[in-house]
Design a protein around this ligand. Sequence first.
Ligand code: GRF
Length: 203
Amino acid sequence: LRLGVLASGRGTNLQAILDACVNREVPARVVLVISDKPQAQALERARAAGVLAEYHDPRIHPGRASYDRHLADRLEEAGVELVCLAGFMRILGSAFVERFRHRILNIHPSLLPAFPGKDAQRQALEHGVKVSGCTVHLVDEGVDTGPIVLQAAVPVLEGDTEESLAERILQHEHRLYVEAIRLYAAGRLQLEGRRVRIVPGGA
Ligand code: GRF
């Protein structure tokens, strides 16, 4: 399975995906990493793994749809079959989503539909929830609204800061994202309406 990863920052989820591919935990290969930020550590991680890594500047495009089309073109040219958003800090519109319908995954640091959008961990702390977590979902035109693939619950502890909670959740993100890609690659994700059914695997 040919993966394309979009990332804006640190890229620890990208790293988990790269490692899982190298270790053959998933029958997949990252063929292209794209960032909208030239300094993204994700680009360095990709290059260190020998993966094609490209910065594409959104500001040279007249609008979001134009940038979206440009990214979709690049991913298609590279033969990408599944797009993984890993800390990509831009909203992809229909110009992108239509081209990769049901072939885009995202990871979000909360138990969706709670706390979508930015600062999910801060929202969780402000709300005083005792359990948060992370969600891998298929991307649709909304912000963090697509069909849920996998979730992991993570406790919120007394005295947690945004950073300590984010760090605890992150450990689960890495494992969860790889698991979701594994299921996708095995053809075990079946969409029924807006629900994702996980088809039982063989022995
Ligand atoms: C993660 O918390 C992810 O859930 C969110 O952005 C963060 C990206 O972290 N969408 P990293 O760049 O993968 O380290």
